[in-house]
Write a protein that binds this ligand. Structure first.
Ligand SMILES: Nc1nc2c(ncn2[C@@H]2O[C@H](COP(=O)(O)OP(=O)(O)OP(=O)(O)O)[C@@H](O)[C@H]2O)c(=O)[nH]1
Ligand SMILES: [Mg+2]
Length: 319
């Protein structure tokens, strides 16, 4: 990581990461470039940011040109976060989305069943996480449009078939393709990269255990989670939710009970001010302080605007 990045830079980076539309992400990138300290140590990062900015502008222009055309590879975000599945043909992407959500999705024992992205909402405790099933890729490349779908996600699930003799190639090629396109960064250095998990599907089938052992020996630094759609998926739901790295915050109006049914979703590390901003763009100007139940030292404690919120806090904003 280059040295000497400033708080302004990190706050612009936050803006990029929190951006839900292409426009918001472009704004974040522009700000990152404007405030990044210009010296040798940040040259590579500056180049990466410029490249991503120009790619995002091109994509956005392309979208506008499609006169009223529907782009199936642009998936509108819903719920607590968007998690996109990616992998080789026939590895079990559609089967997993079908098992975790109520979406009616075509699953079949032949490759290239899925032609365009499809979504389903995965319940986890009191929130819904959006899962996006995608058409497969191979060493020959990605379907046109898929890179955009992946980059726009909040997190990625890389799916391999543990029962296949091809699983090492699937693992290595998937990681390589997604790294090359700037979707993930196994080195953990790029601020533009997304969090991801490696899921080894079909763990119930005969060759899966031996293949998993081989993969673990060849790639000991990688953590592959064995998964079967025929077994309990409770832990996987939680793992997917945690990957989003968000907090649930319950709003409360004075004199009333907290709204426990519909939490606000904020990136972890967010403050009272971030919550106010999410409720209404003008709110932060009016905000004086807030009362917090949960992470505060005592119930209903008055806190400052920069107070760091924690998962499941109840917050009453004082204006
Ligand atoms: N036994 C077992 N079979 C699975 C599992 N997951 C998927 N399958 C089977 O694997 C085959 C392929 O599953 P799909 O979900 O269609 O695979 P996909 O990755 O969506 O395939 P494409 O759309 O071609 O990319 C189907 O016959 C599924 O029933 C699993 O965990 N265990
Ligand atoms: Mg499929």
């Amino acid at each position: 990581m280059p040295a000497n990045l400033t708080p302004q830079y990190y706050s612009a980076e936050e803006k990029y990461k929190k951006g839900r539309s292409a426009e918001e992400k472009i704004e974040g990138l522009q700000e990152m470039l404007a405030v990044i300290p210009k010296h040798k140590g940040t040259e590579k990062l500056q180049a990466d940011l410029k490249k991503r900015l120009s790619q995002m502008r091109d994509e956005s222009l392309q979208k506008k040109k499609q006169t009223g055309g529907f782009n199936p590879f642009h998936v509108e975000k819903q719920g607590a976060g968007q998690v996109v599945l990616a992998g080789y043909p026939n590895t079990g992407k559609s089967a997993l989305v079908a098992a975790l959500t109520r979406a009616k999705i075509k699953v079949a024992d032949f490759p290239f069943t899925t032609a365009v992205p499809a979504t389903g909402m995965m319940p986890y405790e009191d929130v819904l996480v959006q899962l996006v099933d995608t058409p497969p890729f191979t060493a020959e490349g990605l379907p046109p449009g898929l890179t955009g779908t992946l980059r726009n996600a909040d997190a990625i699930l890389i799916i391999i078939d543990l029962n296949s003799g091809d699983c090492l190639t699937q693992l290595e090629t998937s990681r390589h393709l997604l790294t090359e396109r700037g979707v993930i960064d196994p080195e953990g250095e790029s601020p533009l990269a997304l969090p991801f998990l490696l899921l080894g599907m079909k763990a119930d089938l005969p060759d899966a255990a031996a293949n998993l052992e081989i993969l673990a020996e060849l790639q000991p630094e990688l953590k592959i989670l064995p998964v079967s759609v025929h077994s309990e998926l409770t832990l996987l739901r939680e793992t997917i939710y945690r990957l989003l790295d968000v907090n649930r915050i319950y709003g409360k109006t004075p004199g009333k009970k907290a709204e426990m049914e519909r939490p606000f979703i904020l990136k972890s590390g967010s403050t009272v001010l971030d919550l106010a901003y999410q409720i209404h763009r003008d709110f932060p100007n009016k905000l004086k302080s807030a009362l917090v139940w949960g992470s505060a030292r005592f119930d209903g404690q008055a806190v400052a605007r920069d107070y760091l919120l924690q998962d499941k806090d109840i917050v009453e904003l004082v204006i």
